[in-house]
Design a protein around this ligand. Structure first.
Ligand code: GUN
Length: 284
């Protein structure tokens, strides 16, 4: 194996330590940063994610509120709950855990989050601000990917960055952030012609497909930075990414592992956004 591992555990711990210091400063000024999470239903993955967020808040000295709602909640009930949190000055960040049950229109709920409390960066206002390079909350996973990329010391300007996947949460915003750093960006998806060849031309390869082992070793350019956003289960039940790690690590210059990679950074960036939301709302 030739690639250097980009260690999400170490980087996330650094980021969270910075957040914890910021939280201490705010507390000394009489403010307790607080993240509220709405969890509708009992999706097991969502429950695990929300538990992780609670743990991160506690580690960083922040208050965590979790509002658990039954799976048969109506859209109006979720919107009502959002209105309460929006009006509560003690709540600085609001996150609605996705996916929502099918009777609820996800976009309608996201749009009801006040942009200044939208620590996921999912509201149309924050997405638009990111697109035009204005100050906003960046979505946590792409922001975490950029931190990991920056940790390698590899410069982004002028490089060919290939993003595989075009979701609103990861692929599209990751491409936009890479573009804002002057990469030449290609977004690939299920209809892309000769995907392996496009991937092979990537200096920076971001895999956000949601399929175990989708990116094989022959799709990785020698020396490339490979960022694996996937969180999948192998047929044996093991947690794994979208990249065939062992094969890709033979070729890559730097690579993120799964577990211990992007997932931890996503969580850390949520803490960054929440403390920043608190700072902006309180003017401290
Ligand atoms: N579900 C999976 N990832 C995410 C995320 O980043 N934010 C929210 N709100 N829900 C998710």
């Amino acid at each position: 194996m030739s690639a250097q591992i980009i260690d999400g555990k170490v980087l996330a711990a650094q980021v969270k330590a910075e957040v914890a210091a910021d939280v201490e400063t705010l507390k000394a000024k009489g403010v307790q940063p607080c993240l509220a999470v709405i969890l509708v239903g009992e999706n097991p993955a969502s429950q695990t994610y929300v538990k992780g967020k609670e743990k991160d808040c506690i580690e960083c000295g922040m208050e965590s509120r979790v509002i658990r709602m039954p799976a048969d909640s109506t859209q109006q009930q979720v919107l009502d709950q959002l209105r309460v949190l929006a009006a509560d000055d003690a709540v600085h960040g609001i996150l609605v855990q996705l996916p929502l049950p099918e009777q609820i229109d996800e976009q309608a709920v996201i749009a009801a989050i006040p942009p200044e409390k939208d620590v996921d960066g999912f509201t149309p206002v924050n997405v638009g601000r990111m697109m035009i390079g204005e100050e906003c909350f960046l979505p946590c996973t792409p922001a975490g990917c950029m931190r990991m990329l920056d940790s390698t010391g590899v410069s982004v300007a002028g490089k060919h960055a290939v993003v595989v996947g075009r979701s609103n949460i990861v692929g599209k915003p990751a491409a936009m952030l890479l573009l804002s750093r002057n990469a030449t960006v290609t977004i690939c998806h299920s209809k892309t012609a000769d995907l392996p060849e496009v991937c092979r031309s990537a200096d920076i390869l971001v895999a956000a497909v949601g399929r175990a082992g989708f990116i094989t070793g022959d799709m990785v350019k020698e020396g490339a930075v490979v960022i694996d956003v996937g969180i999948n289960r192998s047929p044996e039940g093991k947690l794994c990414g979208d990249v065939d790690f062992a094969a890709a690590a033979e070729k890559a210059g730097h690579i993120t592992p799964v577990p211990g990679g992007v997932g931890l950074m996503t969580r850390a960036m949520l803490m960054v956004n929440t403390v920043e939301a608190c700072r902006r709302q309180t003017g401290l």
